[in-house]
Design a protein around this ligand. Structure first.
Ligand code: GTP
Ligand code: SPV
Ligand code: MN
Length: 607
């Protein structure tokens, strides 16, 4: 054993042998200047953010505008998740499936060992014990992230419960934890000056599903680096869920209270940057309906003993898309952000020391510093904030947070929405014919690509259950798991499934539906369908609202817009069915039979 490892073992503030050994092994490999065990305290957060300010990574914002808040600016080559460089290294290639990148685990381990060797030289190695979900859940899901980025530590403290309390619980239960190793991949030579946002041109986001471990190299950004989020709570958790009989999904959770004071819980899966945070923080424009939130990005669900599907949010913060989040469109998010305690990444700076992004306010400030640090005026032809700029804010700053967020067993779901960003074809809302048809809708979900991932924008792709970049195993097996889990369940207890699309266009190119707070009208229709109160037209694709059955009171919408939002177009659907056919063929043999049956049903109804 090397000297570094010996030192780590003698200093380690834990009795957990597996953790001690792993931290010692990583320190020996990555050769950091020092090892620091994160306690999660407020004092520690203050020290870390002070250091980040001194290093130029963060700017402290004007406390009168955004108390205890900071702005960070990434390297322009490190602004989003990197799907091309994301790997599922299962023992068998077929277990990764056609939607994931795969490499032989042994080969990948050798590659990673090479990359991580000496990768933390000149830096501090932080050890972050964390839990996704409740510390007092029946089977709490632990992780330990090792990182050489203080920005990651500060952000993880907002997004998850971290630190000593978690470590004590791991020891007490002698619990399994997911080892999650992260480095920005930018070692410092003695005397070398650091940059504000160290990262590497070479990036690798790697998951070993059988051993339930994560390695992330080269990026400091969001889902690439905050490993409790997409890497653990979706990719690794989806594998745990497959093996343990539950579901890890890219969904928000909402609580609705009707004018009759009846409560309903709804979960919704939309691809990245397609409206989850906005729907989660819905400010209804219709009277009498109350909305509260439980989660905005990730949902873990399981059927309870009574056959009721229950949902929890395993996260403690919001990592929300900033552009488009404004006082008009999402006042609840704005109120939460304004309380401070937030980290902003790649937003623009105002001259009075606040942050700004496109869509935040009605009027664009006359002068800003853009996300790349340049002076900016509204006549310029590029946005001031990066399109994937983000705010990172504690979830308990949301005024409308439902108290049930804190319940480890979660809430019973009445409805599930699937949705994407589609200019054509997909109506505003369609109720599925039944549960199986609903899974079909989820499995064929499609969306135009957004700035949340590196790559071309606006390209149409299938994104099953909004999980395309997040399934930790074969896509066909993932869909089979959905079918299998629900197969014995009393159909009356299953949530009703709806397909929604806020993004359809009119012939002149504008949005057909106003969206945002007016999406409450769609939610109301869905609840009234569940209650058997709202009308619908039965079409070949499912049940679509009649114009009269949607509550449009107080809404300014033209007949053309409404028609564009609701229509089921035979020609568009003929093309869509062909495209689904093509999509399903890519699964090879791994697609569940039931879904092939659903496609045949759709084709025959379309005629
Ligand atoms: P991730 O955090 O990447 O998973 O994204 P998300 O699904 O939470 O998306 P979010 O709610 O942040 O919305 C992404 C973008 O879509 C923002 O720019 C929003 O302003 C915009 N958006 C959200 N809801 C609507 C809507 O109903 N209509 C329109 N036109 N735009 C919307
Ligand atoms: C997403 O891309 O779906 C996000 C942002 O929620 S990230 O954390 O970068 O994955
Ligand atoms: Mn997301």
């Amino acid at each position: 054993m090397g000297q570094t490892a010996q030192q780590v073992l003698s200093d380690a503030p834990t009795t957990n042998q597996r953790l001690r050994d792993w931290v010692a092994e990583v320190a020996e490999l990555t050769q950091p200047d020092r090892v620091y065990w994160v306690d999660g305290s407020e004092r520690e957060y203050a020290e870390l953010t002070d250091e980040l300010v001194a290093a130029g990574t963060l700017k402290r914002l004007n406390p009168e505008l955004f108390p205890n808040s900071f702005a960070g600016f990434s390297d322009p080559k490190d602004v989003a998740r990197v799907e091309e460089q994301t790997f599922i290294c299962s023992a068998k290639e077929s277990d990764a499936g056609f939607t994931n990148n795969w490499m032989d685990p042994a080969e990948m381990k050798t590659k990673l060992d090479g990359l991580f060797a000496g990768a933390m030289r000149g830096r501090t190695m932080y050890v972050i014990p964390f839990v996704m979900g409740h510390l007092d859940a029946k089977d709490p899901k632990f992780g330990v992230e090792i990182t050489d980025s203080a920005y990651v530590v500060a952000s993880m403290r907002i997004m998850a419960q971290i630190g000593t309390e978690v470590l004590r619980k791991i020891e007490e239960l002698d619990a399994f934890f997911v080892p999650a190793l992260h480095s920005v991949g930018a070692p410092l030579e003695p005397g070398q000056q650091d940059v504000p946002w160290p990262c590497s041109d070479e990036k690798w986001i790697v998951h070993f599903p059988e051993e339930r471990s994560i390695y992330s190299y080269g990026s400091g950004y969001g889902g690439n680096a905050l490993l409790g989020k997409k890497c653990y709570a979706l990719r690794i958790a989806s594998v745990m869920a497959r093996d343990e009989g539950w579901l890890a999904e890219h969904m928000l959770i909402l609580k609705l209270t009707s004018p009759e004071q009846k409560t309903y819980y709804l979960a919704a899966a939309f691809p990245s940057a397609c409206g989850k945070t906005n729907l989660a923080l819905l400010d209804p424009t219709i009277k009498g309906w109350k909305v509260e939130t439980l989660g905005d990005d990730i949902t873990w669900m399981r059927f309870d003993q009574e056959g009721q599907l229950r949902a929890v949010n395993p996260e403690a913060g919001l990592f929300g898309v900033a552009p488009g989040t404004g006082w008009d469109t999402n006042p609840n998010a704005m109120r939460a952000i304004s309380k401070g305690n937030s980290i902003f990444t790649n937003c623009a700076l105002t001259d009075d020391g606040g942050v700004w992004w496109e869509g935040m306010t009605h009027d664009t400030p006359e002068h800003l510093t853009d996300w790349q640090g340049n002076s900016w005026t509204p006549d310029m032809d590029h946005p001031a904030a990066h399109p994937n700029a983000r705010f990172c804010t504690p979830i308990d700053q949301i005024d409308m947070l439902a108290p049930e967020y804190h319940e480890p067993d979660g809430v019973p779901l009445s409805a599930i929405f699937f949705g994407g960003r589609r200019k054509t074809t997909i109506p505003l809302v369609t109720q599925s014919r039944d549960w199986s048809h609903g899974i079909f809708m989820g499995s064929t979900l499609s969306s135009e690509t957004t700035a949340a991932a590196a790559g071309a924008l606006g390209r149409l792709r299938r994104d099953p259950m909004a999980m395309l970049p997040f399934m930790g195993y074969d896509a066909g097996d993932y869909l089979k798991h959905w079918v299998k889990l629900s197969s014995g369940v009393d159909a009356a207890k299953l949530p009703k499934i709806f397909l929604v699309n806020w993004f359809r266009r009119t012939p002149d190119g504008g949005f057909a539906w106003p969206g945002f707070g007016d999406n409450s009208r769609v939610v109301k229709w869905a609840i009234e369908r569940i209650e058997g109160k709202a009308d619908a037209v039965e079409t070949p694709i499912g049940f679509v609202p009649t114009a009269e059955s949607l509550d449009l009171e107080g809404l300014e919408i033209s007949d053309l817009e409404l028609e564009s939002a609701l229509k089921v177009d035979a020609l568009e659907w003929a093309e869509e069915a062909d495209s689904i056919d093509e999509w399903y063929r890519r699964f090879g043999g791994s697609l569940p039979e039931e879904l092939l049956g659903e496609l045949e049903g759709l084709k025959s109804r379309l005629g």
